[in-house]
Structures are given as structure tokens and as C-alpha cells.
Design a protein around this ligand. Structure first.
Ligand code: GAP
Length: 460
């Protein structure tokens, strides 16, 4: 993890929030590469849900909602709380489920100082805020703890405006907030995070069928984006450990360096949400099936993934260190025009190279455009022209600093799919080399064909 955290900071993926002030409790900022990569993950998820699947529409609901929403959903009552113990000596707080050796047992000693622990008590995770200009008169509101409640309270609006028929789904991506007792493991558990949730409304009799369907779909999504099969598993959540709203639940778990942990939850929420919102709001949120002459609360199957957690899983899964390996033959580092069969071990060969084999859809930078050397103005000018041609179509970087071999390695380290190098031949015949990240194979192509070739290679 230390290596991932260090790479994330060094290369502009993730920074500690408010770092100049010493940081702010488990909050993180996504840097220039991080925001590209996270946007890519969200974009691929959005396309998968709203474009590839049938009958799923999108929503972007407000973070602040009526506090009644959270009463109805059960989040303000004991339902949405972690069991917590406090050390009587050092006053540190711990989640009981993280301290227990086996289910059902109550931890006795503080893991930090060995002091005595209090009896477990419930700690609500909702984050409070005040809404209104005058503090004394302001209403208490809550930052949403899950994005899906915005979908449930819009159920009728969406149904009527889009003329949908059961079964259908609503997808949403957005921030959620929880006052976690023990945030940690970098961006794995934070108090502000982003969820990618899809709520599937179906006939109660079909809930089990769709639960299985979405389980398979979601597993496939991670595998198709390159997560290694051996690092992913499904855990059925036993009744005792299920969230308060779930009749059936499973966790998709990833094998992080700190152990197997949930990256996505799939829940059969039954009619919990719509029936409670009906009761609390006084609005009948039942679905009317005119053809079958039926009126019922649709059951909800939800797929609830974390954009931050999957970001971390995607990054960890592809992080590879190569001790000198790829650099051993200098011929790999240079375009064919220069390599001339050189096989001498370079200084770089002794260094550890980092390679991120990120899926092409997720990689933050798709293409790097590089002049072979930077002290030849004509070559630099030509390379910049190529960069300008590609920039509107792809996420590109122009880089001229350091040797060409070093620049290739810098790009490998952030998962850039292709490096394009302009050399002296480019000035003669308007061709350049494309180097592919994983194979390091190089091919020479015409600049005039470049956009089309890259679009094909990147599957645009
Ligand atoms: N609507 C259901 C729901 O929110 P959850 O299992 O509590 O279910 C779903 O959360 C996903 O949201 C998790 O699998 C995780 O990816 C993400 N998530 C939850 N709490 C998080 C936290 N404190 N930090 C980062 N991600 C979190």
C-alpha cells in the first residue's frame, strides 16, 4: 500500500486533502491524473448501465434532502449505525466488528494501549449540517449517506415523465457522506466518497431472478475491465450482518493488500424503501399494472459500487514492478530507427520500473507525444503539431524532458497506452513510431493516418 500511496501522490493521482494545513481527516483530492481516471471509471459504468442495458434511465438528485427522507429510510434510527466501543484510558474509539476475533464475541482490551473498553454502543453515521442563514433558526439537515434515496423519492416523477414499465432501472453517480468511526486504508474508507448506484424496480416475484442477473453482470463488469479473477470474490452476507433494508445481500470483494474487502454491494431491498416513503409522505407509491390489473410496491434490486474503492482496486490490480526487465535491452527503449539492434544493458536496467497495465478505457492518458530529442527546433515544432492534431480527440500529453527511454518509463508508470515518437525520419517523410505499452512493439505510420489508426486501436 505504501508504494501505491507514494505513486498516487508523486504522479498526480491522489493528494491528501488540505495538505498544506497538515491534511484533513481521511479526506483526499483526486489530482490531474486521478480525476481523468476516476471520470473514466464513472463514464464506463454509466455507459454500461444506461446505454448497454435496456430500460435504465439516469438521475442526478440533490445531496441535501428533506430530513424526513432519512427518517423513512431508517438511516436516522438505529438501523444505520455501527457498534462502537471506547477505551477508558486513551479514549480511542473502535468498531466492534473490526475488533472481534469471532462473530458474537465482545472485545475486551484496547488494541492501542491495552486499556479497558466500554460496553458497545450504537453510533449513527449520518453527517449533520445546518441549512439556513441564521444559525439559531437553521434547520438540521443531513448529507446523504447513500445516493439511492434520491431515486426512491423520485420514483413517481421518473415513472410518469419517462412512461416506463416495470421492470426498469435508474442509475445515479454522486457523492455520499458517512461519519465513519474508523476511516482508513487510504481511499478505501473515507467520510466523503462517491457511489455508482443502480436501482432496478421489478415485480416482487421476479426479485430473486434479477438479483442473480445483476450479480453476474456486475462481476463481469470488473473482469472485463481487467481485474484479475483471483482477486475478486463474492461473499453472501448472512442475515445477521445485512444492512437494515436488505432481504438478501452480497458483497463483491477485492483482495486488497490489507485483506479481502467489499467494493460493491448487491442488495434485494424488497419493498422497504417505497413502502416506507409511502407511509411517511402519505403518497401512494405503488405501481399500477393496467394490463394485469395489479397494484403493488415494486421490489428493488440495487447494485451499489464505490467509485473510489473501485479506483483503488483498479490501481492495485495493475501495479507491477519490473526489476530492470523491460529496460534490459536498450533496443526496447528506442524507436527502431535508432536502436539498430543494440542490446547493451543500460543504467536504467538496474532500476525498478513501474508498469500500470490499466485497461485502455480507464487509463488517464491514452497517448504521449514525444520528440526524440528536444534540442532540434524543427523536430520539436513537428511533434507539437502532431500533439495539436490529436489533442481534441484523445487525452494526450506532450513530453520532451529527459532521455526518450526515461520518458517511455514515465509513461509506463502512469499506464499511458501509446507513446508516439517523432524522429529525424519524421521530418523527411511525415511518419512516426507508435509504441504500445504492454508489448513495447513499435510500428511506423503516416501522420495523416494517425487519428484513424489510434481511434481503431483505442476502440473509439
Ligand atoms: N445503497 C446501498 C449502500 O450504500 P453500502 O454497502 O453501504 O450500500 C455501497 O455501500 C458501496 O459504497 C460500498 O461497496 C463501497 O464501494 C462504497 N462505500 C461505502 N462506504 C464507503 C466509505 N466510507 N468510503 C468509501 N466508499 C464507501
Amino acid at each position: 500500500m505504501a508504494k501505491i500511496v507514494s505513486l498516487a501522490k508523486r504522479r498526480g493521482f491522489i493528494f491528501q486533502s488540505s495538505e498544506v494545513y497538515g491534511g484533513f481527516g481521511s479526506c483526499y483530492d483526486f489530482g490531474p491524473l486521478g480525476v481523468e481516471m476516476k471520470n473514466n471509471i464513472k463514464q464506463v459504468w454509466w455507459e454500461e448501465m444506461t446505454k448497454k442495458q435496456e430500460n435504465i434511465v439516469g438521475l442526478d438528485a440533490a445531496i441535501l434532502m428533506s430530513p424526513r427522507v432519512w427518517q423513512a429510510s431508517g438511516h436516522l434510527t438505529a438501523g444505520f449505525a455501527d457498534l462502537l466501543v471506547e477505551c477508558k484510558s486513551c479514549h480511542k474509539r473502535f468498531r466492534v466488528d473490526e475488533l472481534r476475533d469471532s462473530p458474537g464475541t465482545v472485545p475486551q482490551k484496547c488494541p492501542e494501549c491495552g486499556g479497558q473498553l466500554t460496553e458497545p454502543r450504537k453510533f449513527n453515521l449520518m453527517m449533520k449540517t445546518l441549512v439556513g442563514p441564521v444559525e439559531e433558526e437553521a434547520a438540521t439537515a443531513y448529507l446523504r449517506a447513500e445516493t439511492c434515496q434520491g431515486i426512491y423519492v423520485n420514483f413517481e416523477n421518473i415513472l410518469n415523465s419517462m412512461r416506463l414499465k416495470i421492470p426498469f432501472g435508474v442509475a445515479q453517480i454522486g457523492k455520499a457522506f458517512r461519519n465513519e468511526i474508523t476511516p482508513g486504508d487510504f481511499i478505501y474508507r473515507t467520510r466523503e466518497f462517491e457511489q455508482m448506484e443502480m436501482q432496478w424496480f421489478c415485480h416482487p416475484k421476479e426479485a430473486k431472478k434479477y438479483f442473480d442477473f445483476w450479480k453476474k453482470e456486475r462481476l463481469k463488469w470488473y473482469l472485463n475491465l481487467g481485474i484479475k479473477k483471483e482477486n475478486l470474490r463474492i461473499k453472501e452476507v448472512p442475515a445477521k450482518e445485512r444492512p437494515h433494508y436488505a432481504r438478501q445481500a452480497l458483497d463483491l470483494e477485492y483482495k486488497f493488500p490489507f485483506g479481502w474487502r467489499e467494493i460493491e454491494g448487491i442488495h434485494n431491498r424488497g419493498d422497504w424503501d417505497l413502502s416506507n416513503h409511502s407511509r411517511f409522505s402519505g403518497k401512494d407509491l405503488r405501481y399500477v399494472d393496467e394490463e394485469k390489473k395489479e397494484k403493488y410496491f415494486p421490489h428493488i434490486i440495487e447494485t451499489s459500487g464505490g467509485a473510489d474503492r473501485s479506483f483503488l482496486a483498479f490501481l492495485i490490480d495493475v501495479y507491477t514492478e519490473i526489476k530492470g526487465g523491460r529496460a534490459k535491452k536498450a533496443s526496447f527503449l528506442f524507436p527502431p530507427s535508432l536502436s539498430l539492434g543494440r542490446t547493451k544493458t543500460t543504467k536504467a536496467a538496474k532500476e525498478i520500473e513501474i508498469l500500470l497495465k490499466l485497461d485502455k478505457k480507464i487509463a488517464p492518458i491514452k497517448i504521449a507525444v514525444l520528440p526524440l530529442v528536444r534540442n532540434k527546433p524543427k523536430l520539436v515544432k513537428k511533434t507539437k503539431e502532431v500533439y495539436q492534431i490529436l489533442k481534441p480527440h484523445f487525452t494526450c500529453q506532450y513530453d520532451e524532458l529527459g532521455s526518450i527511454g526515461r520518458r517511455y518509463r514515465r509513461q509506463d508508470e502512469i499506464g499511458t497506452i501509446f507513446c508516439l515518437t517523432c524522429d529525424f525520419q519524421t521530418l523527411k517523410d511525415n511518419t512516426l513510431t507508435i509504441r504500445e505499452r504492454d508489448t513495447m512493439k513499435q510500428e511506423r505510420v503516416k501522420i495523416s493516418d494517425l487519428t484513424k489508426i489510434l481511434e481503431e486501436k483505442l476502440g473509439k
